[in-house]
Design a binder for this molecule. Structure first.
Ligand code: ZN
Length: 315
């Protein structure tokens, strides 16, 4: 038996965290929890997510029609409902406008892979939708090509949506993504991004599999993909205007060859170093796998995976 009041309180708590982290200005963002086959709790429209009370939460059916609640449901409920329709395993959806991830949504910049161990384990390849006017079914439909392969989606020129088995889990993926995007932007300002190589990334994918986190790169369909090259969603980039401009593709340390696998116009020819090359040959801010060994990569991966395992209670 579900405790509906407790779930409403959890929604309010996550609303507070979203607002406190500045993921939703003014009345932005919305949170839902599926509590039955045809019943979804939904935050109200025109209400700051930082100051919700359990009594403010509306109840809607799977068509978006309001069943109960004294406040009108969010105008973006259809996006949430489409995720529940596509993914019966999902119990909660969180949508907001976290600034760093939304900056990637505005720049239509692909989220680079093989940078942070925790991001590989918890997120994997992150898709960016085709832009659509918010609110309607056409907007909700933009998530359909991605929703079964990811737990967080970037909405072009808009924000993010993430989902999970409860409201806190649904929110986690947004927080991890925004924090990652922020670190990427800071590292880029320093002028260099050191990518993990394919071997080390495959180690992370093995851990991910062991811990029961799904990743398309661990399925037969993608087992020969280049694990660091955004292979999972790259086919969608042309339609959604996504390119690698700020973060060029890391030089592959093996795996499938890069030639021909990128849409034309992705980056100027010759900007991709083949492997090791002295620093200074690269244009400022042009990240690449220069590999001059400043970081003990192995130790870093060990440290961080140890921390991940500790947090998951594995060790
Ligand atoms: Zn929005």
């Amino acid at each position: 038996m579900q405790n509906i009041h407790k779930i409403k309180q959890d929604i309010c708590d996550i609303g507070r965290r979203i607002y406190d982290r500045q993921f939703a200005a003014a009345n932005d963002g919305n949170i839902t929890v599926r509590v039955g086959e045809n019943e979804v709790l939904c935050t109200p429209t025109m209400h700051c997510k930082g100051f919700l009370k359990p009594d403010d939460i509306a109840l809607v059916d799977m068509t978006g029609k309001q069943i109960s609640g004294r406040k009108k449901r969010s105008s973006e409920a259809l996006l949430h409902l489409e995720i529940y329709r596509q993914r019966p395993d999902i119990r909660s959806v969180v949508h907001c406008h976290p600034p760093h991830a939304t900056a990637f949504a505005i720049a239509r910049e692909a989220i680079p892979q093989c940078v942070l161990p925790e991001v590989e384990v918890f997120l994997g390849d992150v898709p960016i939708t085709k832009y659509e006017t918010p609110g309607g079914q056409a907007f909700a439909d933009t998530i359909i090509p991605f929703v079964d392969k990811s737990n967080v989606i970037i909405l072009a020129n808009h924000g993010t949506v993430s989902y999970g088995e409860n409201v806190e889990r649904a929110y986690w993926w947004t927080e991890i993504l925004d924090s990652y995007c922020r670190m990427l932007m800071l590292a880029r300002q320093l002028g260099h991004v050191q990518y993990l190589d394919e071997g080390k990334t495959r180690e992370l994918l093995e851990l991910k599999d062991k811990w029961g986190f799904a990743d398309p790169r661990n399925t037969d369909e993608y087992k020969n993909c280049d694990v660091c090259a955004n292979d999972i969603f790259r086919d969608s980039w042309q339609a959604s205007g996504v390119q690698r401009r700020a973060f060029p593709r890391p030089a592959s340390s093996g795996g499938s060859p890069a030639a021909g696998s990128q849409p034309a116009g992705n980056q100027p020819a010759g900007s991709q170093p083949a492997g090791n090359q002295p620093a200074g040959n690269q244009p400022a801010g042009n990240a690449a796998a220069a590999g001059d060994g400043q970081i003990d990569e192995e130790q870093l991966v060990k440290l961080i995976t140890g921390e991940v395992m500790r947090q998951l209670g594995v060790s």
